[in-house]
Design a protein around this ligand. Sequence first.
Ligand SMILES: [Zn+2]
Ligand SMILES: [Zn+2]
Length: 230
Amino acid sequence: MSGENKTAAKIFNYCPNCGTKTGRGVQICPGCAKTIGDSQYDGIPRIGAAGFGYSEITEHESFAAYNKSKKKIVTIAIPLIVLVLTIILSVIFGPAVGIVTGLFLLILMVIIALVQLRNKPSWEGTVVKKEHVHIKREGADRNTYTVKFNCADGKNRKQVWHSHSFIYDYLQEGDRVRYLGSISGDNAFEKYDKSQDESIPCACCGLAMDPRYTYCTICGALLLKGKAAQ
Ligand SMILES: [Zn+2]
Ligand SMILES: [Zn+2]
């Protein structure tokens, strides 16, 4: 229904059939020997290819690999940011203040990173409300995309995105949705009924994918699909 043409979904960093990392410009997958590209799906309709019902696979090595690469970015970014701030503060306020503040920042950022990167519990629910707020602050656009869920465990949950609206556009009010704790992150959503979807979002990177694919061609994660529609 949505999500089409919004992404560079025609970039094949990974084979859509077996998930092998291929790199740009590779014609034949070294993992499964299929032609990289959409031609291998000729004659298979997109609509219905994502199936119906939640995926039976909830844990996968490609999810773990995606989470690991996310962690790697954080473990490199945090020391770098702290180092730069420590140097700046040392120059302005002297080395004692710089080092003490730097250490404090390091501990704070490690705690934030651990909270952000921990696996959250899985849950199921229904989309009850969508809100898009757009403001201009100091000339820059700032978007807040919020989806609210009524959950099976009686709790109300919400997910907020600032950097993209892929999942926000994809989910509609009334949709039955599952959140996968084994992936966590902002995009770990799977819709129950995907039988009419022309594109489905990757639960790891969030980009819209052709539902005939088995793997996300951008990040290599397994796509969450249901059983074949009757
Ligand atoms: Zn392959
Ligand atoms: Zn992906």
